[in-house]
Design a protein around this ligand. Structure first.
Ligand SMILES: *Cc1c(COP(=O)(O)O)cnc(C)c1O
Length: 403
């Protein structure tokens, strides 16, 4: 374990495109060489951090501290994020012929979404690097999470959000004393506003994958999936993809665990499925060869606010995960998403965000297409709680066609 801690002290940031090293102790954004996301690398070796070391660790994402970048424990800004339950979906699985269907419920995180993981990590590192004020373009949940962790760390927070975002997200940001700025458009328009406001570099820009450490927080979902399932990985992971940070992060964690020797020798890695909304499905379009990349893609708003990311900066990394894992990408209509939310609610007692509803809807379609087999272990990620989305779903979801 000491080796891993020492190596994370030495570990630095590498350009995801050309591999060139960047200093982890100063403010970073995309790589200077390729304008690509920076990835954290550790000098990890088999046996340097043992599974048995986990027994004494806290039941939060910080139990994997030795594989995370923050160095001084006093800089950790935590609200107990992570270590969310994996529950089996026996009723829905039974009705659709999936014998091993389960769901990791990230809606139970502080601030109601898995964005808590990324922002806990990023704000910890911002504090470590001496930042005082942070700014973020967001579709909703990330802004709420950043505002909460900044409040806890005593940092100033500016959140730039689409005007059409449900009220609950806005109210909560203001509650945490963030400055809230509303923009007509989607998250990419918010990003333009952030750049305008930050020409002097007054703020630390916490945009996903432009900031290197949110990915490290989100990757802890991968460690937890393995640990909570007794180190037997599922055959398939179905994930609602916006910026793709979670998908890339889980894949990164699986590889790190392989190097550490935490997984059985011949363990096959899961096929990764990227679920998007039909209203905004750049990854699906690129995956299906309908466009070379999403640089010109124009998206529309969707009930699943977190999926309205028209031009994800991490697209090349997302494509790698889908190809390397033999996964796929699939787009879901607004109607099917609502039906998914309704089914998870009435048959399993889980009030998922529309993003989670989309994941269940996608799973049903993949069963129908024969892409999923009855005996495969399929793990769904519900990334957020439905509670903040009432403005979006009110009056629509109860009437949704159901089983
Ligand atoms: C942000 C968000 C997503 C998309 O997450 P990425 O990791 O950026 O792809 C999915 N679901 C919810 C609820 C979100 O807030």
């Amino acid at each position: 374990m000491n080796i891993a801690i020492t190596s994370s002290l030495l570990g630095d940031l590498h350009c995801s495109q050309c591999g060139s090293a960047h200093d982890p102790f100063v403010r970073q954004t995309l790589s200077i060489c390729c304008q690509a996301p920076l990835l954290c690398r550790y000098v990890i070796e088999e046996g340097s951090f043992l599974k048995s070391d986990l027994l004494t660790q806290p039941k939060s994402m910080w139990r994997y501290e030795a594989l995370l970048p923050v160095i001084q424990p006093e800089n950790q800004v935590s609200l107990g994020e992570g270590f969310t339950p994996i529950v089996s979906l026996k009723r829905l699985g039974g009705q659709y012929g999936l014998h091993q269907l389960s769901l990791k419920d990230e809606g139970l995180n502080p601030t109601g979404s898995f964005k808590a993981r990324g922002l806990s990590m990023a704000i910890s590192k911002a504090r470590e690097n001496g930042e005082r004020a942070c700014i973020i373009p967001t579709a909703g949940n990330a802004g709420v999470a950043m505002a909460a962790y900044c409040a806890r760390a005593g940092l100033e927070a500016v959140v730039v959000m689409p005007r059409h975002t449900p009220e609950a997200f806005k109210e909560e940001c203001i509650g945490y004393n963030a400055r809230l700025i509303l923009v007509d458009g989607l998250i990419n328009d918010c990003a333009v506003k952030v750049q305008e406001m930050n020409q002097q570099g007054t703020y630390f820009d916490v945009s996903t994958l432009k900031e290197p450490y949110r990915l490290e927080g989100k990757k802890t979902m991968g460690f937890e999936i393995a640990e909570q399932l007794g180190w037997q990985l599922p055959d398939v992971i179905v994930y609602p993809t916006g910026g793709g940070t979670g998908l890339i992060g889980i894949w990164k964690a699986l590889h790190e665990m392989k190097v550490l020797g935490w997984l059985p020798k011949h363990q096959r890695l899961p096929r990764m499925v990227a679920v998007q909304a039909e209203q905004c499905s750049p990854i699906v379009d690129t995956y299906q060869g309908k466009q070379v990349n999403s640089k010109q893609y124009v998206g529309k708003p969707t009930l699943a606010n977190g999926l309205a990311v028209p031009r994800p900066v991490g697209e090349p990394l997302i494509m790698n995960v889908l190809r390397e894992s033999n996964g796929t990408a699939i787009a879901i209509s607004e109607e099917d998403m609502l039906a998914g939310v309704s089914e998870l609610c009435r048959h399993e007692g889980i009030f998922a965000a529309p993003e989670g509803g989309a994941v269940w809807a996608a799973t049903k379609q993949l069963v129908q297409q024969g892409w999923l087999q009855p005996d495969e272990h399929v793990l769904l990620l519900n990334t957020g709680s439905g509670q903040k989305y009432l403005d979006n779903i009110k009056g629509k979801w109860h009437q949704s066609p159901t089983l």
